[in-house]
Design a protein around this ligand. Structure first.
Ligand SMILES: [Zn+2]
Length: 454
């Protein structure tokens, strides 16, 4: 078995130029998603993938969710046995000021061992790695005791209504799988001389809260006759700012702080904040991530009030961003806000859920497969793994409800520098060694999950 896998991984190395070229071609297609239904134009990327897969005799289907928006699904294998799904998105965020970029954002140029351009990191290098893994497994004629499927969809950057959200609604049977692998994490942390890879098993939810404050308007020359909505908002904002969320170490991640951060002994809801202070002294980023993983956040992000400079405001709107833990739903958020704002008159609370918090189990056979595939891909046995939580959200939230055990994890090469990825920023790029590692990882994962002797 090991020999066969070694052969497959050598095929990846031999296909180095091919996977680089595919990434470059994808980056050169400007699939810019500005949030409008007319943007994205991901169909061109789906068609490129369809042609590339067809070269190896792999059939695929493109599903159009709108005129220029395409979602591609392909699969190889026997149909019986387990099903593994590779997930990716083909859209990218806009480029604000092209003149600030060192290399043209849609040039796909190569320099310093990296491929440069918008979407190189988020996430066209993974799109290419997944497609190449499928092509190489097919090319090698590897018999699979199950199905390996690929879904590369549109519109992740604007909420997925034309991408995975649309596909989950119209073609859930194509997305349903025992296991799924998607973006969400993969950068290692160096801790105690070891290389530790967090494997994100879930993600926080995101809600928008609109606090509408109603007072009584009046001419500004006699303000005492008004009930100034802006002054009433002052107390609302003060309470929002003073909100102390329930601290929770329920996530599996907190069972692994010894590996992740060299913390001795168990961590509880009562001790976590003191532990975070210690971690913060040496690693601000890790401490911040752990803080976000241990509580809901509530923060005021916008305020609108008044209509005229010489009238006292009758209404004021305070908008807040909320990020929830996997066990906190919309009703929980509403109750927390009702408690927080109790006793204030003229305040109405609206809670809008934009992404549902979700997670897959960490104690699951898929974990061992992902860990082994990472060791295979990087050719080393000394790696450590811990569960992770993505504090943003991804398309994984559309497939977890279908029953797919989904991890947001594509391992980066340990020598790659995360500060160079520039996702959603200027000078975005993908390290070629990480691209190769990602391709090897996907091949190894399919082999470990669906290979003949597995
Ligand atoms: Zn992404």
């Amino acid at each position: 078995m090991a020999n066969r896998l070694d052969q497959l991984l050598r095929m990846v190395d031999d296909a180095r130029d091919e996977v680089i070229a595919l990434t470059q071609e994808l980056v050169r297609i400007p699939t810019v998603n500005d949030g409008t239904p007319e943007s994205g134009h991901e169909l061109a990327a789906a068609e490129l993938l369809q042609r590339s897969l067809a070269e190896d005799g792999i059939e695929s289907q493109i599903f159009r969710s709108a005129e220029h928006r395409g979602n591609i699904v392909a699969s190889i294998g026997s149909g019986s046995g387990p099903r593994l799904l590779y997930m990716s998105h083909t859209d990218v965020v806009p480029v604000e000021d092209e003149s600030q970029w060192t290399h043209p954002p849609f040039g796909g140029m190569i320099a310093e061992g990296r491929i440069w351009g918008r979407g190189a990191a988020d996430m066209k290098s993974t799109v290419a790695a997944q497609a190449m893994a499928l092509k190489l497994l097919q090319r090698a004629g590897v018999p699979l005791r199950g199905t390996l499927a690929l879904a590369s969809c549109a519109d992740e950057e604007a909420g997925g209504a034309f991408g995975f959200g649309w596909m989950a609604q119209h073609y859930p049977e194509l997305l349903r799988a025992d296991y799924a692998i998607n973006e969400g994490g993969g950068w290692p942390i160096r801790s105690g001389g070891r290389l530790v890879y967090p494997i994100p098993t879930g993600e926080k939810g995101r809600l928008e809260v609109h606090l509408r404050i109603k007072g009584r308007g009046w001419h500004a020359s006699q303000p005492w006759r008004a009930d100034n909505a802006i002054y009433k908002a002052e107390e609302v904002i003060r309470r929002v700012r003073s909100y102390r969320p329930q601290v929770s170490t329920a996530h599996d991640l907190f069972r692994h702080l010894d590996t992740l951060a060299g913390v001795d002994g168990p961590v509880t809801d009562e001790t976590i904040d003191a532990v975070l202070e210690q971690i913060e002294a040496r690693d601000v980023n890790l401490a911040s991530m752990l803080r976000a993983a241990s509580r809901m956040t509530l923060v005021a992000t916008m305020i609108h009030g008044g209509v005229k400079s010489n009238s006292v405001a009758e209404r004021c709107l305070v908008t807040c961003d909320v990020r929830t833990l996997p066990w906190q739903d919309r009703e929980y958020v509403r109750q927390e806000l009702e408690r927080l704002l109790a006793g204030l008159d003229g305040v109405t609370i609206e809670v809008v859920e934009t992404a549902i918090s979700n997670q897959s189990p960490y104690d699951h056979p898929f974990r061992a497969l992902v860990e082994q595939a990472t060791r295979d891909a990087l050719g080393r046995d000394d790696l450590a793994f811990v569960p992770g939580l993505t504090v943003g959200f991804t398309d994984s939230r559309f497939v977890r409800p279908l029953g797919n055990v989904t991890y947001g994890f594509v391992p980066s090469h340990p020598d790659d520098d995360p500060s160079k990825s520039g996702a959603h920023n200027i000078d975005e790029s993908a390290g070629i060694e990480s691209l190769l590692a990602a391709t090897r990882f996907h091949v190894a994962l399919a082999w470990r999950t669906l290979g003949e002797a597995s």
